[in-house]
Ligand binder design. Structure first.
Ligand code: HAM
Length: 420
């Protein structure tokens, strides 16, 4: 038997726990401080929720959903994204009656059956925000400002916010007709998928990664916005400029989900290669009403947690420092335990976040050193009978391999000196 995790779905291992926990902790603090409340919806939803909202002709719905029938032949789907389930919950729990604007956030796994590669998995994790209840352009500004703030809080630099507006339903419909006309004349140069997309959901042609299609798209007509949509978009841009948020206007940015209207945005990062979107979002003014709720505007975004960690390329700050206490003999273990507890009690007062590990199963020193290494220990303190009788023990720095003898009474100060 050689069981493995399901293809494209990875274990989150203890050595990486700090990074996941930090992303979540920072997001909860920053969003909580700004009036957002957490919502947790189930991982399974009725399939129709996604078909209706994301759109039957999108890649997500056509090719990427994990959909199955339950024992009563009801079609269920592992959520590929968070917006549609949250709109479902907003309507189901009449959140419009609780406050005019619902400011919600969520953290959790999403599922899409895409071909796995670096930065693209079948189970991935998002930190998402949805602001439901207003069509004001300031809400778009707030969403993008908050997204920018979160990414900076995670330690990211050099990301680009790409921005566009799809206009209202009418603007979008007019643009779709214009685009169709243009593409029909170029049909022979399009890939087979785009020949179909062109007729069924023409905006999706603009997302195509095929080089010939990209070439055709380069000269495609631009969307022209009606006066209210142009004003709305100008105010969004003014809000962002007022807050010194850099963005890049990107005319072909249409997003791969059908529910968007008006402002759309995507954040890219050079460290991500092919899968370069770190986060994305936009306005979806017709979705709440379309799913049976009140006629209210909404806007949101989601950040891909795996991609944030790839783009960062290093651990998040405040990673606990691991001290491994290697012990020899019964007396050594007792003294080691005593020293480990003393070190944590004294040093963690100074917010140094030391965690200690010990071996309680009498392994040889070599094997304990191997374990310390695998655990990512920064220091190893070695205590046996000899050390107890001399009242001092070797403290090894695992990175530099430097080892110094330290009196038991000096351990705290020595560690403090090495860490501050
Ligand atoms: P999305 O662009 O489909 O938007 O996904 C948002 C982010 O999730 C992407 O930018 C990326 O970082 C991450 N992501 C997506 N697919 C994968 C994958 N297969 N593997 C790893 N990471 C992935 C949405 O999901 C919308 N619900 C965002 C939104 C919220 N719009 C309004 N509100």
């Amino acid at each position: 038997m050689n069981y493995k995790s399901v293809k494209g779905m990875e274990d989150m291992l203890p050595q990486d726990a700090h990074n996941w926990q930090e992303l979540e902790r920072l997001a909860r603090i920053m969003l909580g401080e700004n009036g957002y409340k957490e919502i947790r919806t189930p991982i399974l939803e009725e399939t129709d929720i996604f078909v209706r909202s994301i759109g039957g002709e999108t890649d997500i719905v056509k090719k990427e959903m994990f959909t199955f029938n339950d024992r009563k032949e009801r079609s269920l789907t592992l959520r590929p994204e968070g917006t549609a389930p949250i709109v479902r919950a907003y309507i189901e729990h009449s959140m419009d009656k609780i406050s005019k604007i619902a400011q919600l956030y969520y953290i959790g796994p999403m599922f899409r059956s895409e071909r796995p590669q670096k930065g693209r998995s079948r189970q991935f994790h998002q930190i998402g925000v949805e602001i439901i209840g207003s069509s004001s352009p300031q809400i778009d500004g707030e969403a993008i400002f908050r997204l920018d703030g979160l990414l900076k809080l995670f330690g990211l630099k050099d990301f680009t916010i790409k921005l566009n507006s799809l206009g209202c339903k009418d603007d979008k419909a007019k643009f779709e007709l214009q685009l169709k006309d243009y593409l029909r004349a170029e049909k022979s140069r399009l890939c087979d998928d785009c020949k179909v997309r062109m007729e069924k959901n023409v905006l999706r042609v603009l997302d195509c990664k095929n080089e010939n299609c990209k070439d055709v798209i380069r000269n495609a007509p631009d969307i022209s916005l009606c006066d209210p949509c142009r004003d709305h978009f100008a105010t969004v841009r003014a809000c962002l400029k007022g807050e010194n948020i850099n963005f890049q206007l990107t005319k072909n940015l249409v997003r791969g989900l059908d529910y968007y209207t008006g402002t759309v945005f995507e954040v890219t990062h050079p460290n991500l290669g092919g899968q370069d979107a770190l986060a994305a979002g936009g306005r979806y003014n017709n979705l709440v009403k379309g799913m049976g709720g009140p006629d209210v505007g909404a806007c949101g975004f989601a950040i891909g947690m795996e991609r944030v960690l790839i783009a960062l390329g290093c651990d998040l700050p405040n990673k606990p420092i691991v001290l491994y206490v290697a012990t020899l003999g019964k007396e050594g273990r007792l003294e080691g335990f005593k020293q480990a507890e003393k070190i944590k009690k004294e040093l963690n007062k100074d917010r140094l976040k030391i965690v200690t590990f010990m071996d309680f199963v009498e392994s040889p020193l070599k094997s304990q050193m191997g374990t310390a290494d695998k655990m990512g220990a920064k220091f190893v303190l070695i205590i046996g009978d000899d050390e107890i009788s001399k009242g001092e023990a070797p403290l090894r720095d695992m990175a530099t391999k430097e080892q110094v003898m330290v009196k038991f009474s000096d351990i705290i100060n020595t560690l403090k000196g090495k860490l501050c």
